[in-house]
Ligand binder design. Structure first.
Ligand SMILES: NC(=O)c1ccc[n+]([C@@H]2O[C@H](COP(=O)([O-])OP(=O)(O)OC[C@H]3O[C@@H](n4cnc5c(N)ncnc54)[C@H](O)[C@@H]3O)[C@@H](O)[C@H]2O)c1
Length: 285
């Protein structure tokens, strides 16, 4: 989609991190914004900032895990602007304890992470794409996966992101086959400096509540602390947003702003598969 100016962008998880950076970038491009997030106070703060800059920004509190709420988000966006051209299904969560082996991961962890990260994207596609197709205008869908969706590891985060990569590839092919004016991309960032490791701030008690880190085995606590440190020295969300804007304009599907060691892990995984080897262990295991 070459022209962004004046068009409408819907971004989930827009109150923080990568979603906020996407909103800032597309706001600077002259797009009209729909900001969606589960966290009402942060969302209101962000909306006020955009309005103060003269960027049109509708804010809708939504839990992407809930299909009815995402349908209501689409209703609100179309009622307000009459069209949607860019859909960024970006909201996502993880937790420090989710680096434990799969057999130690609680069912509630699987339900929460798959519910937000995978079903959130499914709900977004189902609520918006039929209306974007019916609108007949050019448009683009960007689903935020992760480099975790291209390499492999334990627990629900990796599995959820593999699901997002796969459904996005399917979406791209289906849109092409339908001759649609819509296209799609999948965003697979590496380590990015955001609040993702505090995602349990939005975790409902029904999905297990927040993890008490002090109850984890010492090795898991050390791994969690190390991961937090790596994220803090990660890329800035604005760099990711720039890569996304370029990909939307150039109609590029895979967006992989990831550090070299992560790209190397991707290469190794692909070689393992193609050469019939068993999965290589990550460095240090
Ligand atoms: N930070 C990284 O290193 C990294 C790397 C790869 C992929 N990602 C992905 O990027 C996306 C954005 O994460 P981030 O790193 O900016 O984290 P973040 O925590 O800074 O932002 C995520 C936003 O999503 C919102 N959110 C959480 N659950 C929600 C729900 N159920 N419904 C609606 N909104 C919800 C949060 O309130 C928050 O504002 C996620 O999908 C994440 O998995 C992040």
């Amino acid at each position: 989609m070459q022209q962004l100016q004046g068009r409408v962008a819907v971004i989930t998880g827009a109150a923080s991190g990568i979603g906020l950076a996407l909103a800032q970038r597309f706001g600077r491009e002259g797009m009209r914004l729909v900001l969606a997030d589960i966290e009402a106070a942060a969302l209101a703060r962000v909306q006020a900032q955009f309005q103060a800059q003269g960027v049109p920004a509708l804010a809708v509190q939504v839990d992407v895990m809930d299909e009815a709420q995402v349908a209501a988000l689409a209703d609100a966006a179309y009622r307000h602007y009459g069209a949607v051209h860019l859909l960024c299904n970006n909201a996502g969560v993880t937790a420090p304890a989710l680096r434990a082996p799969t057999w130690e991961t609680r069912t509630a962890d699987w339900q929460w992470v798959l519910g937000v990260n995978l079903m959130g994207v499914v709900h977004g596609v189902r609520a918006f794409v039929p209306r974007m197709l019916a609108g007949g205008e050019p448009g683009h869908i960007v689903n935020t996966a992760s480099v975790a969706g291209l390499i492999s590891g334990p627990g629900p985060y990796f599995a959820s992101k593999h699901g997002v990569v796969c459904l996005s590839e399917g979406l791209y092919k289906d849109l092409r086959a339908a001759g649609a004016k819509l296209s799609a991309s999948v965003l697979c960032p590496g380590l990015i400096r955001t609040a993702i490791l505090d995602a349990e701030r939005n975790r409902a008690a029904a999905f297990g509540g927040a993890t008490d880190l002090s109850t984890l085995p010492e090795a898991s606590q050390r791994a969690a602390a190390g991961f937090r440190e790596s994220l803090q020295s990660g890329y800035e969300p604005a760099q990711v947003a720039d890569a996304v804007a370029d990909a939307v304009r150039d109609d590029r599907f895979y967006i992989v702003p990831a550090q070299a060691p992560l790209v190397e892990m991707l290469r190794l995984r692909m070689q393992d598969i193609l050469e019939g080897r068993n999965p290589s262990l990550p460095p240090g295991r």
